[in-house]
Design a protein around this ligand. Structure first.
Ligand code: AMP
Ligand code: GLY
Length: 424
């Protein structure tokens, strides 16, 4: 099968590496891709939102199966465009990707079907939101309704901060039209776990758990980012937690979407918080997590194309997912200054060492080849260095050792990815 992967980050690189291992993979294309993806796939200079061009490319190049890694094209309806052209594609249709695309939609769905989540109110008028906040318990969480690169969530400790937050989201439109509607949510505390799953419209299969580190700095300080590192599995995702989520969250979500006439096919990412009152859903995403994919996919034993095809064909009930009995840690090497401003264009040295190191991966995110063919930094998150180990501690030691194989000017990383393991 010829494959087209849509996206250009570390997640898409991890998908491409898994696809390249599949016994069904023929030619692999990635649009637009990056320098690392270019080692396993042919990168095609078409943007992820150029649906018509992508579909035309797929037809011209006999692409049998397209995989969408990113949220924006899914929420924008790329799957509908491909299906209308008779092209097979992995991911939810627009009417189902709204599970990630609108926080108000997902909150209403959870309320209607009794799926555990934080209490909330939805507003489209800033004055009403402000009136509500006057008497609300602090801290409180404000969320722009639409996609905002994972940044449209404000945790406000005081009424003053909450007022400023309403202005930022709804009046100044800091997150664009995502702020036309706003969800105000009860603050929850607890440990966060990311659980990815494959879904075929009716059946759901759960992957091994992971934990992200969203803040920029050690000790979970600094600004929210797309994710600075991950580990898998999460030792906090116990059998009890798993049993609870299977009973109250996973299948219920899939059934709820089907009952709403929005049958969901693709990946559902459950962002969970393990609260004192049990696990609750923080958010849904309509795709693999980034950098969760960089620790979960290298541990998956199944042929990824067989699983993805089963999702599209509605035969996932015939598949059992299998994961290696080990652990993986991913440390993101970023450009110093991320997620605000940073310089780019610096040559990256040493990343080729990973090409021959078993159990080690250097997933490229913001990289490109310059005019001389050298690999240079081209974004905030530059590389995801993943290593496996017999257990989490070994994987963490391996990942941090491997971070030293690579160098570039303004290289920045957190030094405490997986520190939580020591508390388990
Ligand atoms: P989201 O994009 O909804 O996952 O939110 C981003 C991050 O904000 C989450 O990973 C949490 O760390 C935090 N967050 C979101 N909602 C809540 C909540 N209700 N209570 C506490 N923290 C939250
Ligand atoms: N790592 C969180 C996300 O992909 O949204």
């Amino acid at each position: 099968m010829n494959i087209l992967i849509v996206g250009s980050g570390g997640r898409e690189h991890a998908i491409a590496v898994s696809v390249a291992k599949s016994r069904h993979a023929g030619k692999i294309f990635c649009a637009p891709g990056n320098a690392g993806i270019g080692k396993v796939a042919e990168c095609v200079p078409i943007g992820a939102m150029e649906f018509e061009k992508l579909a035309a490319f797929a037809k011209e190049h006999d692409v049998d199966f397209t995989i969408v890694g990113m949220d924006d094209p899914l929420v924008g309806g790329i799957v509908d465009v491909f299906e209308n052209e008779g092209l097979a594609i992995f991911g939810p249709r627009k009417n189902a990707a709204v599970l990630e695309g609108s926080k108000a939609f997902s909150k209403d769905l959870m309320k209607k079907y009794g799926i555990p989540t934080a209490g909330y109110e939805t507003f489209d008028d800033p004055a009403e939101a402000l009136a509500f906040l006057e008497t609300a318990k602090m801290p409180i969480v404000l969320k722009a309704d639409g996609l905002a690169l994972g940044k449209g969530v404000l945790i406000c400790n005081t009424l003053k901060e909450a007022r400023a937050g309403v202005k930022e989201i709804m009046e100044d439109k800091k997150f664009g039209s995502a702020g036309n509607h706003m969800v105000v949510e009860e603050f929850m505390s607890g440990r966060e776990v990311s659980v990815l799953s494959f879904v075929d419209g009716k059946t759901i299969r759960i992957m091994s758990s992971a934990q992200d580190h969203k803040r920029a700095k050690d000790g979970d300080l600094g600004l929210n980012t797309g994710g600075m590192g991950t580990f898998s599995p999460s030792p906090f995702y116990t059998e009890e937690v798993d049993a609870f989520c299977r009973e109250h969250i996973y299948q219920k979500t899939v059934d709820a979407m089907a009952a709403e006439g929005r049958a969901y096919k693709g990946v559902i990412f459950f962002g969970l918080m393990l609260t004192e009152d049990g696990p609750k859903v923080l958010e849904y995403n309509a795709r693999f997590g980034d950098p969760e994919a960089q620790v979960v996919l290298p541990r998956m034993k199944n042929d990824i194309l067989e699983v993805m095809q089963a999702c599209v064909n509605g035969t996932l009930d015939e598949i059992t997912l299998e994961f290696e009995e080990n652990a993986a840690v991913c440390v993101v090497l970023a450009s110093d200054g991320y997620p605000l401003s940073y310089d780019k264009g610096f040559e990256i040295f040493g990343e080729e060492k990973f090409d021959s190191a078993e159990g080690y991966y250097c997933f490229h995110a913001g990289t490109k080849r310059n005019e001389e063919g050298r690999i240079v930094t081209n974004g905030g998150r530059v590389l995801g260095v993943t290593a496996k180990g017999a257990d989490l501690r070994e994987a963490r030691a391996n990942a941090y050792a491997a971070c030293e194989w690579v160098s570039f000017e303004n290289k920045y990383m957190r030094h405490d990815i997986g520190k939580a393991i020591d508390e388990a």
